[in-house]
Design a protein around this ligand. Structure first.
Ligand SMILES: *[C@@H]1O[C@H](CO)[C@@H](O)[C@H](O)[C@H]1NC(C)=O
Length: 203
């Protein structure tokens, strides 16, 4: 009896490990695509100075939001799902705003494909446990007149920073450049997840 239970637990644990490994593979690819130089080129240099996009308030998901939600007892699993859905939305918003021949389009398309792979096999019912997250997602899906003007780069900066905070340890993400460390969430964003020991990426 005990042996069978143990066996079952092992199978469950292995299944979970496989999911995480696969997710980490996707996350590491995304991390590479979102590195600083790409964000500067595709999200700033290819746009006119002072160019702003209009987005919903719920499309702005910063380090501070994560801290607030963690303090309310939201789990990392839910935060990762929220981050995925919010950014999937943001990418659509950006893509819609771009003219057909804009040089940033292929870049956004690539990111969209990666998010699609990450969110495949997930659904709201399975991932969302708390009312707070459900409410944010509901607002995200509603149309609204309340919009916020943000630079395109700021949107992907948020995407990158929160990705880093949510997956840094589990997916062993390297720290790209110490001189742009200010582009990462402060370590206290997710105290229990942050290793405080960031390994530099090999360039
Ligand atoms: C993040 O916080 C800002 C400011 O409080 C808020 O407007 C926004 O809706 C929050 N984003 C999410 C996804 O909850």
């Amino acid at each position: 009896m005990e042996a069978r239970l143990l066996f079952l637990l092992c199978v469950l644990a292995l299944g979970r490990a496989a999911v995480i490994l696969n997710d980490c593979h996707i996350i590491q690819t995304l991390h590479g695509k979102l590195l600083y130089d790409n964000r500067v080129t595709y999200m700033r240099e290819y746009f006119p100075i002072d160019y702003k996009l209009y987005v919903k308030y719920e499309e702005v998901l910063r380090c501070q939001n994560i801290t607030t939600l963690i303090n309310k007892g939201i789990t990392v699993k839910e935060l990762r799902y929220l981050w995925g859905i919010v950014n999937e939305n943001i990418l659509q918003t950006i893509q819609r705003a771009l003219p057909l021949r804009h040089p940033t389009r292929p870049y956004i398309k690539e990111l969209q494909i990666i998010f699609e792979a990450l969110l495949r096999d997930t659904n709201e019912e399975q991932q969302v446990e708390s009312n707070q997250i459900q409410e944010i997602l509901d607002r995200l899906h509603q149309s609204t007149d309340e919009v916020k003007a943000v630079t395109p780069k700021a949107l992907l900066d948020n995407c990158y920073k929160v990705l880093y905070a949510l997956y840094e340890d589990e997916c062993a993400l390297c720290n790209p450049r110490s001189d742009v460390e200010d582009t990462l969430c402060p370590p206290e964003t997710l105290p229990e997840l942050s290793s405080h020991q960031r390994t530099p990426c090999k360039s």
